[in-house]
Design a protein around this ligand. Structure first.
Ligand SMILES: Cc1cc2nc3c(=O)[nH]c(=O)nc-3n(C[C@H](O)[C@H](O)[C@H](O)COP(=O)(O)OP(=O)(O)OC[C@H]3O[C@@H](n4cnc5c(N)ncnc54)[C@H](O)[C@@H]3O)c2cc1C
Ligand SMILES: NC(=O)c1ccc[n+]([C@@H]2O[C@H](COP(=O)([O-])OP(=O)(O)OC[C@H]3O[C@@H](n4cnc5c(N)ncnc54)[C@H](OP(=O)(O)O)[C@@H]3O)[C@@H](O)[C@H]2O)c1
Length: 279
């Protein structure tokens, strides 16, 4: 049975008209326990339907942060205004919202199925708000003193949709300063509409986020150039989040290289890809 709880929206940072970071704090009791990569369900009463509408949102904050739960949310407006997000984007700090306890299996595996520690590089590909779980992964590994390599790749249509860019850039700078043996983190972004005037300042990776995996004429892919070696099932695990098209675009490259998903794991239960999508 679904148990609804109440929280207060304590902070809203509007990134642009239809994109924002929200923080919620339970009205009673502590911030719930969760693992990086899990989602929380938010609910609001929708008067026109006279019922509570509940939707899942990946948690962008990390479990070590006991102050609030942070979410990175797009206001869905087409073809019709989304029911929950339309209410959320007209909410004020101090308003109440319903939440259901975090759950989900989009979490980092610390061990391989044979029980050995899994020390392979973690590569995260997030399309749009699909970045949210990876902000949590990065902060979690950072705050627990892990030196497991993690690469966060974010794809957005416009430069002003590169949420968490400052935080992730600072985390990469810290990795360069302290050394990879202490904190091993990389962040890169890609802009999928580089020809548009608004994106004229962009001189980084162009195309959707999956272009980081693609190689031309047998050359190394942008990801391989970044990490300095060929990506194989023995050195890398992938986490992908966003539109189903983003998942499919990544799978088109990774499947021929022998990577398999958790959902299609091998008889020995091994796999190298976890993904989560809305579509
Ligand atoms: C595990 C998980 C994690 C997620 N994490 C995030 C996250 O971190 N951030 C985020 O922004 N989103 C996330 N989502 C998506 C989120 O759960 C919602 O689906 C999204 O916010 C839309 O909810 P809504 O109630 O506003 O829209 P809905 O009312 O559910 O509408 C959904 C779509 O249907 C269309 N629609 C609605 N009614 C009709 C109709 N009558 N006819 C035709 N079309 C219609 C709307 O225009 C919209 O495109 C996640 C989803 C999952 C499953
Ligand atoms: N845990 C989860 O399951 C989870 C968490 C967060 C978000 N999500 C979901 O992730 C999706 C991202 O939404 P958003 O509004 O943040 O994204 P968005 O800003 O519309 O798009 C982000 C990037 O994805 C590309 N893209 C758009 N549609 C695509 C498609 N069909 N196939 C491949 N790439 C596509 C865009 O490229 P163009 O510029 O070319 O359009 C852009 O580069 C939503 O479906 C959201 O609900 C899921």
């Amino acid at each position: 049975m679904v148990v609804d709880n109440k929280a207060v929206i304590t902070y809203v940072q509007i990134q642009k008209e239809d994109l924002a970071v929200f923080r919620i704090v339970p009205k009673e009791g502590d911030v719930p326990q969760y693992k990086s990569g899990q989602f929380i369900t938010l609910g609001t009463h929708v008067p026109s339907e006279n019922k509570i509408i509940r939707r899942a949102y990946s948690i962008a904050s990390h479990p070590e942060n006991r102050k609030y739960v942070e979410l990175y949310i797009r206001w869905v407006r087409k073809p019709l205004p989304g029911r929950l997000t339309t209410q959320l984007f007209s909410a004020k700090e101090g308003d109440e919202i319903i939440w259901v306890k975090p759950t989900g299996a989009f979490t980092i595996e610390e061990k391989k199925p044979n029980g050995e520690p899994d020390n392979r590089r973690i590569v995260c590909l997030g399309g749009g708000t699909g970045l949210a779980p990876f902000v949590s992964y990065a902060q979690h590994l950072h705050d627990t003193g892990s030196n497991r390599e993690i690469v966060v790749l974010h794809g957005a249509s416009y430069v002003d949709e590169l949420g968490y860019r400052d935080l992730l850039t600072k985390m990469e700078e810290e990795s360069l300063d302290r050394g990879k043996n202490k904190w091993n983190f990389r962040y890169r972004a890609s802009i999928s509409r580089p020809q548009e005037w608004f994106n004229r300042s962009w001189n980084g990776q162009k195309g959707r986020v999956e272009t980081f995996l693609q190689s031309k004429d047998g050359e190394s892919s942008p990801l391989e150039k970044l990490v300095g070696e060929k990506i194989t099932i023995d050195n890398t695990v992938f986490f992908i989040c966003g539109w189903q098209g983003t998942i499919d675009g990544c799978m088109d490259v990774l499947t021929p290289k022998g990577f398999v998903t958790e959902r299609n794991k091998r008889p020995d239960k091994s796999f190298e890809i976890k993904y989560e999508s809305y579509g």
